[in-house]
Design a protein around this ligand. Structure first.
Ligand code: FAD
Length: 344
């Protein structure tokens, strides 16, 4: 049931970094945007998963924290007065007889848009949880204790006994970072090989050689020990079935994200392995007026990087312009020539 209705040029599904930059690119071409996100705050993976982690490959910023990048993108987007609908999922997308699009959200909001830009990342995302008995007893604890799937504030881990499980970038980067402030850091991984940036793996090995981090390899998580809801130990098992218990206040399992496209899978788009296949020259998702950009968009050679998504936002905005403003000539202009509206 739809309780509130809006009409706009562009509806952007997903307020991650790429969706936020799409607001700006559309605004530069005279198109107004409404942005919908199932999370309560804008920023997608940057805000939800690594607000305090430095990103090193945003052009012009040798280093910028995930949260800071989002603040800057929102400031840049604010020039074009986007309307945000946060804390609600787009559950319905259908073509109207007018050739425009209708989006319905879980909060009963209805949006009538000329163009839809899907910037939905991996869909509604959540962590892959390890299959440990009674794990739910230790979840939903204050940050820095129990089982946590992301580090929102690094300082919550000061003087804590931290066990990290996993062998990817998050596991390695957080082990290196938290080793500076935690009482102890142990990294549990099923093999003695890490799938992370070589430089980070080198740092991890240096800290392990110095005794600052304990590498518990090849081991797997086997259980949790605690008093009430208070985690006290993480049980691990090696390939021979031998177990040992690591003293712990907090377990950080970093086993990647579960990808669930959710309602997006039912909208008749060109799906390819949980992604939306697009034509990279326009970012068109196959239906007239629907574009996909950022992590959700797939084509041969696609790099899942924020900077790739930024370029796709510009491409989609240019391809959307004739749909929103039919018959209106669009002369390509640089931002330096065109200028932007004064901040209000
Ligand atoms: P997302 O950030 O995933 O945002 C998509 C948004 O869409 C989400 O907020 C989601 O809630 C919303 N959504 C989905 N479905 C719906 C729906 N139906 N209705 C409403 N809302 C919906 N990239 C780099 O370039 N450099 C790095 O150094 C880097 N480091 C990373 C470190 C970590 C730990 C992780 C996890 C990722 C890293 N990445 C990095 C990847 C980067 O974060 C992603 O490429 C980027 O977030 C993709 O942006 P996006 O806007 O496409 O999607």
């Amino acid at each position: 049931m739809t309780s509130t209705s809006f009409r706009t040029d562009v509806a952007i599904i997903g307020a991650g970094p790429v969706g936020l930059f799409a607001i700006f690119e559309c605004g530069m071409l005279g198109m107004a945007s409404h942005v919908i996100d199932v999370l309560d705050v804008a920023g997608g993976q940057c805000t939800a998963l690594y607000p305090e982690k430095p990103i090193y490959d945003i052009p012009g910023f040798p280093q910028i924290l995930g949260g800071e990048l989002i603040d800057r993108l929102q400031t840049q987007a604010a020039l074009f007065h986007p309307v945000y609908h946060l804390g609600q999922q787009v559950i319905e997308l259908k073509r109207l007889p007018t050739d425009r699009w209708f989006l319905g959200t879980s909060a009963g909001v209805g949006i009538d848009a000329a163009v839809v830009i899907l910037a939905a990342g991996v869909g509604s995302f959540g962590p892959n949880r390890p299959p440990l008995a009674h794990i739910q007893h230790f979840e939903q604890q204050p940050a820095g204790s129990g089982v946590q799937y992301l580090v929102r504030r690094r300082d919550d881990y000061r003087d804590r006994r931290v066990v990290i499980a996993g062998g990817g970038d998050s596991a390695v980067d957080w082990a290196v970072s938290l080793a500076e402030i935690a009482a102890s850091v142990a990294v549990v991984h099923r093999r003695d090989k890490f799938r992370a940036a070589p430089d980070s793996v080198q740092k991890l090995r240096r800290l392990a050689a110095a005794g600052t981090i304990e590498l518990v390899v090849p081991f797997q998580l086997a259980g949790l020990e605690g008093e009430g809801k208070q985690l006290t130990g993480v049980v691990v098992r090696d390939l021979d079935g031998q177990t040992r218990t690591l003293a712990a206040d907090v377990l950080l399992p970093f086993f990647g994200l579960s990808q669930d496209l959710g309602p997006i899978a039912r909208w008749g788009l060109n799906l390819y392995r949980n992604h939306v296949a697009i034509d990279p020259s326009t970012c068109s998702a196959g239906s007239a007026g629907v574009f996909a950009i950022g992590d959700i968009a797939s084509y041969p050679g696609k790099l899942k990087l924020i900077l790739t998504g930024f370029a796709e936002a510009a491409t989609a905005a240019h391809a959307a312009h004739p749909v929103v403003h039919p018959g209106e000539a669009l002369h390509f202009e640089y931002s330096t020539t065109k200028g932007v509206p004064a901040a209000s």
